[in-house]
Design a protein around this ligand. Sequence first.
Ligand SMILES: Cc1ncc(COP(=O)(O)O)c(C=O)c1O
Ligand SMILES: N[C@@H](CCCC[NH3+])C(=O)O
Length: 451
Amino acid sequence: MSLAPSDHTKQPDNRTTMELGAVLPMTAEVRDDHLFVGGVDMVELAHKEGTALYVMDEADMRNRMETYLKAFRSRYENSDVIFASKAFLNKETARIVAQEGLCLDVSGGGELWCAQQAGFPMERVFVHGNNKTPQELREAISAGVGRIVVDSRIELGRISKIAGELGVTQDIYMRVTPGVEADTHEYIRTGCEDSKFGFTMLDDFAFKCVKDALEAPNVRLAGFHCHIGSQIFALHSFAEAVQVMVEFIARVKETYGYEVEELDMGGGLGIAYKADDKPSTIDEFAECTVNAVRENCERLGVKLPRLAVEPGRSLVATPGLTLYTVGILKTLPGIRKYVAIDGGMSDNIRTALYHADYEPAIANKAGQPRTEIVTLCGKHCESGDAVVIDMPLQTPDLGDVIAVFGTGAYCYTMASNYNGQPRPGIVFVKDGQARVVTRRETYADLYHRDI
Ligand SMILES: Cc1ncc(COP(=O)(O)O)c(C=O)c1O
Ligand SMILES: N[C@@H](CCCC[NH3+])C(=O)O
């Protein structure tokens, strides 16, 4: 796959880095033409630690966690915020999530293992996945996780059996597919009817399976879960999903005489990837969700459940940026200008996968206007390997340090070793200090499992 032809009507925006607004991490500033984040000079950091490098503004990440919790608990006391660790996970992040009082969603055995290693309280862990293996289920139940989000009737049977073998009763949620079409990229839309996730509402299947969940031995149905998709801007999609779920809860109460205690509405709040994007704020999202829950519960005479949301991207994307070094410049007259960086689809697959947009800046020219339109291509053997396509940038030179903003979610966790590329290290910056929390991979790391 090669890149789509350039849009030659696109003009440079002449913005300086600080004019990129909502895509910047909270502590971003420019001093003497250099980009600083967390009080750390990104150019010095790139030279010291090497590139490509993931950088995380720790204060911003903590601030978002605090904001989420406050936004929900101030409006709805009986609520939880669960960090979807698929967006970004290492042991230090798990520790920070625990310190900030959030819960953790894990979607694979490895994520659970990381949480355990970090000492994350297991009762605050929610386990997801549409095809958790029997081994993963056994590990989760043995670890004493808070809730397993059951994705299918087959899985319900497996959990019931394994919990019985281990002599415990496992709290579960049922994941229901609410049939809500969220306004986002089709690959990251999950709540619509044609979805591999969850119990479908078609033919009343989910409703019928509630009876199975209530009757299954060794499990306790604690609540329902839904997740309609990711990078959602339109809040009305969340309100629609709440309505569907509360109506479902009301029917369950009426038919089975069972009052559901907990409702997990999933994640999905979008963020600004481009300077002019206008996503809803965390407060607006909380206001919309909480109001929808209250209104629908009141209308249908349903007891207010414990409410949870499961954000990933909106907690970690904006605090993160990736630093690269410019290695090659290539101008194809009338076609495009390529700026080749020392990373690419191996550290950020989102552009190749979803045509994602990112705002770049040159960290050592951060105070200058972005006067060119460039494509930041990677170093991989793939024509579609680009991180940024046709976006404004300051005039690039060999050796410049490029910062690509908004890469804190789904870049590190979806990274690969294509072309034998070691995955970048992760540095947390805060109060003028930089600390490596995940070291860069070595060549030996890549092949140490081989015989
Ligand atoms: C079940 C579930 N919960 C939460 C999330 C987090 O979503 P987001 O990163 O869009 O907030 C996802 C990913 O889309 C998910 O699949
Ligand atoms: N990985 C996707 C979103 C899927 C989220 C998980 N259900 C992204 O980068 O945007």
